[in-house]
Design a protein around this ligand. Structure first.
Ligand code: MN
Length: 502
């Protein structure tokens, strides 16, 4: 994936000196064993590094500060094998700058009924040691995920893995940069937002660039590279006859390759992990980037249409979360509905820019007019998205704070639509179309989303928790009266929480 830094997780085990060096030696051996078991292939998406048994205030403060300074660290997992008086953790946790996961496990699985004595009891104390830790974390208002169960339990690794994926996306956003070519579409409200507030809350910056500077790079694309890229296009996708060499629209394919090279070079040289464009400002570009935006998304770049930088950041985050998983993620828009009495469905698409990582088959390059923007016809990949469960995520700026929505949907088989000239996805909603759509609209969710077949709702929930941003799931359990009540309570809670903590 483009511009993805190495990341790892740290594991710290809490204890105290009360038990003597022999018991502490055993605590360390057990903690190392827990880490080893969690690091078994396929359990966690990031390596978990043992960072010691911590037994005093000074040690906890200095180790957590050290971890905080490590740019590779995406998060910290804590576990109290024994009792570890929590006042010792105040200073360390006060300055912790990484996502936190509290693993409430026990080294020993089964109680040795006939052998159990006080030595056993004193060693296997997480049942109360982790409660002491939980009290302090609750009292300090520390945002974290609590994962409960024996370390060998597959479900424990799954819960941890979901958090690790969220932590990795957090890590990727810190210091990330997203480029905006042009502003957002005129008069549109939901794509607006406070970029300063976003950087304070999320850690990424959104910077505007002149479309002219991009256009210059597009014009300067070396002909040999352009020719090689056109070759790559023809080898990777099916193509409409008019786009083939000698075809009447082949020059448009060459222009598309030039735009892709210009965009890639620009993003690479400016250290950007994603971008937005708008059909209202294409000064100097021959066509709205369709195929280039789709291919850049497939390589892990975030993208948002019509200047939607929140969508671009979210697409990038979902791509990082889903790394190594099948399914893909894309920029998406709720476009039009099928409202047959027995089957209410949403047809998702965009003018051009849907990521081929969602495709269920080899995409086909086509060229068609774009009714808006007044530029040349853009080349685009046309395909249908695969089927199965997916999540549709929206990030909106309410003015005084951000809100995230995550709707669980089920991607459906698409009937042939020979006249539709764009990539598309079709989904049913949970618990049903009317409830899900009303909930989305009550919450102010955007028409632009990031849709993922790779990532489940739990990862999004963990991600929102890391940032302290409201997350409203819309799923099988959603009932409108309760959902509307959640919205009212959220107004009060998040207003108050932000007021208290800044
Ligand atoms: Mn749009």
């Amino acid at each position: 994936m483009e511009q993805l830094a190495e990341a790892e997780l740290y594991f710290v085990c809490g204890s105290q000196h009360l038990y003597g060096p022999q018991a502490l030696g055993r605590v360390e051996e057990d903690a190392v064993e827990v880490v080893r078991s969690l690091n078994a292939p396929g359990r966690l998406p990031l390596p978990l590094r043992f960072a010691g048994v911590l037994t005093s205030s000074a040690e906890i403060r200095s180790r957590l500060a050290e971890i905080g300074r490590d740019p590779r660290c995406a998060g910290v997992v804590v576990w109290m094998h024994t009792f570890s008086p929590s006042k010792m953790w105040i200073a360390g946790l006060s300055s912790l700058s990484k996502p936190l996961c509290h693993l409430h496990t026990q080294y020993n699985r089964d109680l040795p009924w006939s052998e159990i004595d006080m030595d056993f009891m004193n060693l296997n104390q997480s049942a109360h040691g982790d409660r002491e830790a939980g009290y302090l974390q609750a009292r300090m208002g520390i945002r974290r995920k609590v994962v409960v169960g024996h370390h060998a339990d597959p479900e424990v690794a799954e819960r941890l893995a979901a958090w690790a994926r969220a932590a990795r996306a957090w890590h990727d956003w810190q210091g990330a940069r997203f480029a905006r070519f042009g502003d957002n579409m005129r008069q549109v409200a939901v794509t607006e937002g406070d970029k300063v507030a976003a950087e304070l809350r999320f850690g990424f910056s959104v910077d505007g660039f002149g479309v002219g500077d991009l256009a210059e790079r597009v014009r300067a694309a070396p002909p040999s590279e352009v020719a090689a890229l056109v070759e790559e296009y023809l080898a990777s996708y099916d193509a409409a006859a008019e786009l083939l060499p000698g075809g009447r629209s082949h020059p448009a394919l060459i222009e598309s390759a030039r735009i892709e090279l210009g965009l890639r070079g620009f993003l690479r040289d400016n250290g950007c992990k994603g971008f937005t464009d708008t059909f209202e400002d294409l000064t100097g570009l021959g066509q709205l980037p369709g195929l280039p935006a789709q291919r850049l998304m497939a390589d892990g770049y975030g993208f948002g249409g019509e200047g939607d930088w929140k969508a671009a950041a979210l697409v990038r985050a979902l791509k990082v979360m889903g790394l190594g998983l099948p399914g893909g993620s894309s920029f998406m828009e709720d476009y039009t509905y099928h409202l047959a009495p027995q089957s209410h469905l949403v047809l998702g698409a965009h003018m051009l820019e849907v990521c081929p990582s969602l495709a269920s088959h080899r995409p086909r390059m086509e060229i068609h007019p774009l009714a808006i923007g007044g530029k040349d016809d853009p080349v685009r990949l046309v395909f249908s998205a695969g089927t199965g469960p997916a999540v549709n995520v929206s990030l909106i700026d309410l003015g005084h704070r951000f809100r995230m929505l995550a709707a669980a949907v089920d991607l459906q088989e698409l009937p042939p639509m020979p006249k539709l000239p764009v990539a598309r996805a079709l989904w049913s909603c949970r618990p049903d179309f009317k409830t899900a759509t009303a909930a989305w609209i009550y919450a102010g969710g955007s028409h632009h989303t990031a849709l993922s077949r790779a990532v489940g709702p739990e990862v999004i929930e963990d991600f929102a928790e890391i940032f302290g941003v409201e997350l409203l799931p819309i799923d099988q359990e959603t009932r409108l009266p309760q959902f509307r009540q959640l919205l009212r309570q959220g107004e009060a809670y998040y207003g108050l929480a932000q007021g208290l903590r800044g």
